[in-house]
Write a protein that binds this ligand. Structure first.
Ligand code: HEC
Ligand code: HEC
Length: 194
């Protein structure tokens, strides 16, 4: 399923590339069309396991874009996408996405799972860094309203310390947590309005 969707994204990307007469030196507008093939036209992703970028703190996006460009955060789907993109343009991309509104979740709320995730997130003090309403700040990402499948996917990989280039603080924060609890937290956060 996931492979199929990524394939579809690449098909979109091909169309976007053909339709857009861009060169690497251009303003973000041209590149944004390419990012949109995976991250959504308005920065709200519709593809499983791909994060929405809309409404993320600008500093978080800037940091991640630099890490991805330098290959420190390894994202196979984004290989080459940011090669030679200057810092100023990464900042412009971060500014663009941070200013876009976050769309409502496309999946229904499950009250029991939501309540459990809310209690766990409080007990585990996730709000100390991500803020009590989980909207993030500076280098801390917004979690409220993020895609549920991406939250679960990325927490699983951070927990098992499988991803290069992610802050080890999160591996520590998720140490020892069960997968059922991760699912509840992902559901709660995704269903929380930012
Ligand atoms: C072919 C698909 C694809 C394209 C095109 C793409 N991305 Fe991504 N991007 C991904 C995937 C997949 C991830 C998440 C990988 C993971 O951590 O599992 C990601 C992660 C990110 C992240 C980290 C977000 C977070 O919450 O951790 C940022 C920022 C980002 N992309 C920005 C961009 C920008 C800007 C562009 C255009 C210049 C772009 N991406 C183009 C697939 C894509
Ligand atoms: C000490 C501060 C701190 C605490 C506590 C903390 N986080 Fe984080 N979290 C961060 C930082 C910093 C990042 C950005 C990671 C990076 O740069 O790779 C992050 C990233 C994340 C991400 C990835 C989001 C994305 O868009 O890629 C998720 C999901 C997340 N945290 C969930 C949680 C949950 C759930 C808890 C509570 C169990 C928690 N965090 C506790 C600091 C914290």
């Amino acid at each position: 399923m996931r492979v199929f969707n990524i394939g579809k994204a690449w098909a979109f990307l091909g169309v976007a590339l053909l339709a857009t007469p861009f060169s690497w030196g251009q303003a973000p507008s041209a590149r944004v069309a390419m990012c949109g093939a995976c991250h959504g036209a308005q920065g709200n992703a519709v593809i499983p396991d791909i994060p929405s970028l809309a409404g993320q703190p600008k500093v978080f996006l800037e940091n991640q874009l630099v890490l991805i460009r330098e290959g420190m955060r390894d994202i196979p789907q984004m290989k080459g996408v940011l090669d030679n993109v200057p810092d100023a343009e990464l900042s412009a991309l971060a500014q663009h996405y941070s200013a876009l509104p976050v769309s409502k979740p496309s999946t229904p709320k499950r009250p029991d799972l939501f309540a459990r995730g809310e209690t766990l997130s409080k007990e585990m003090r996730c709000g100390i860094c991500h803020l009590p309403n989980y909207v993030g700040r500076e280098q801390m990402p917004r979690l409220a309203g993020q895609r549920e499948d991406y939250l679960l996917h990325t927490m699983r990989s951070m927990k098992s310390n499988q991803v290069a280039g992610r802050d080890p603080i999160m591996t520590a924060s998720l140490y020892g947590i069960s997968d059922a609890d991760l699912q509840a937290i992902a559901h709660f956060l995704a269903q929380t309005a930012p």
